[in-house]
Design a protein around this ligand. Structure first.
Ligand SMILES: Nc1ncnc2c1ncn2[C@@H]1O[C@H](COP(=O)(O)OP(=O)(O)O)[C@@H](O)[C@H]1O
Ligand SMILES: [Mg+2]
Length: 336
């Protein structure tokens, strides 16, 4: 749905040049929620703005649907931009216009007939849950409600793609989750392709299918969210995973001081019911175990978990248990 090929953007301000993004290749599939995570200054906003050519790439091509946007003239580009909605961290609403008029704005630009426009605005207000707020001004709304207006406005012309630039970064955690669940609902209901950028792993874990990690203007890692989360390879990805709350817990060294046998780390993803499997595997050997630490959680819809257990048995028993768990599709490793 979105394809970036060798996209680079260099800013020149006076004698200073900044290579904001370099050689970006990525493909966002139709209907997925694709996240880009990176620290401040990594090039996220530049990357996102290159997708609808708010920023024209210095080199490379940007294909949305089957159209190479970098080859279009101004007028054609305007037409194609209607198929791409965008929402922003600070909402960018017109402060002197009501909620209805903010949402109607892109419909007016598209010269939508009056009656149709009114019906569409009503429909959008319902879609984002702003019934009863249509005649208010942005200053009378909470942050979450403002972003709902931003979303309704972005969806007005029925785009195929929605771009989100730190859409929840100005919101408190609870409001963040309500906006994320709205975006997920819209993605599922309308089949809308969403590309979002964020510096929060929480956002990625909650709604994204795949993620790219960007650092210094380059993509350093890309994959299914659950794989990147469970096996981050780059230093930046490791940092983001570590910051994300559930990776915390007692440190390995303190667990190590508690153990009586060997420490075994077991991970699973998907529907494997790992406790019975572990129990069976240990029972076969005559060893025993106790659980020192465990988390079971959900990434978007996929359950995943990690257990650290203290296994008391011979070295051979432990090897057999590990082998058995591997056969059942679980990851298991003895911690040194
Ligand atoms: N309009 C601009 N002019 C000059 N430099 C810019 C401009 N926009 C961004 N930059 C620079 O490009 C780099 C990437 O910025 P940006 O894409 O905003 O990163 P992020 O969104 O990840 O914080 C930064 O070094 C920033 O200072
Ligand atoms: Mg930014």
């Amino acid at each position: 749905m979105i394809e970036l090929k060798s996209v680079s953007k260099t800013y020149r301000v006076g004698s200073i040049t900044t290579e904001a993004i370099r050689g970006i290749d990525l493909h966002v599939r139709k209907g997925e929620i694709f996240g880009v995570i990176g620290h401040s200054g990594a090039g996220k906003s530049t990357l996102l703005r290159c997708v609808n050519l708010l920023e024209r790439p210095t080199t490379g091509s940007v294909i949305v649907g089957d159209t190479d946007l970098t080859r279009l003239s101004g007028r054609q580009l305007q037409q194609h931009r209607r198929r791409i909605g965008i929402i922003f961290q600070h909402f960018n609403l017109l402060s002197t216009a009501t909620v209805r008029d903010n949402i109607a704005f892109p419909l007016k630009l598209a010269k939508t007939p009056r009656a149709e426009m009114k019906a569409r605005v009503d429909e959008l207000i319902g879609l984002v849950g702003l019934e009863g707020h249509g005649d208010k001004y942005p200053s009378q709304l909470s942050g979450g409600q403002k972003q709902r207006v931003g979303i309704a406005r972005a969806l007005a012309n029925r785009p195929e793609v929605l771009l989100c630039d730190e859409a929840t970064s100005a919101l408190d955690p609870q409001t963040t989750d309500s906006i994320l669940s709205l975006l997920l609902g819209i993605n599922e209901k309308l089949g809308l392709t969403i590309m979002l950028i964020t510096h929060e792993m929480h956002v990625i874990r909650t709604i994204c299918d795949r993620v790219a990690v960007i650092d210094g203007g380059e993509i350093v890692e890309m994959g299914d969210v659950i794989d990147v989360f469970l096996h981050p390879r780059s230093n930046v990805a490791k940092e983001f995973v570590a910051q994300s709350s559930e990776a915390s817990g007692e440190s390995l060294s303190s667990l190590d001081s508690m153990r009586k046998g060997k420490l075994l780390r077991i991970r699973f993803k998907g529907e494997s019911t790992f406790e019975p499997v572990l129990f069976e595997a240990v029972k076969e050997t005559g060893a025993s175990f106790s659980i020192l630490q465990g988390t079971v959680s959900r990434m978007k819809h996929i359950p995943y978990g990690q257990l650290i257990v203290d296994v008391r048995g011979s070295g051979e028993d432990v090897e057999r248990i590990v082998r058995r768990l591997h056969e059942e599709g679980l990851e298991a490793e003895v911690l040194a």
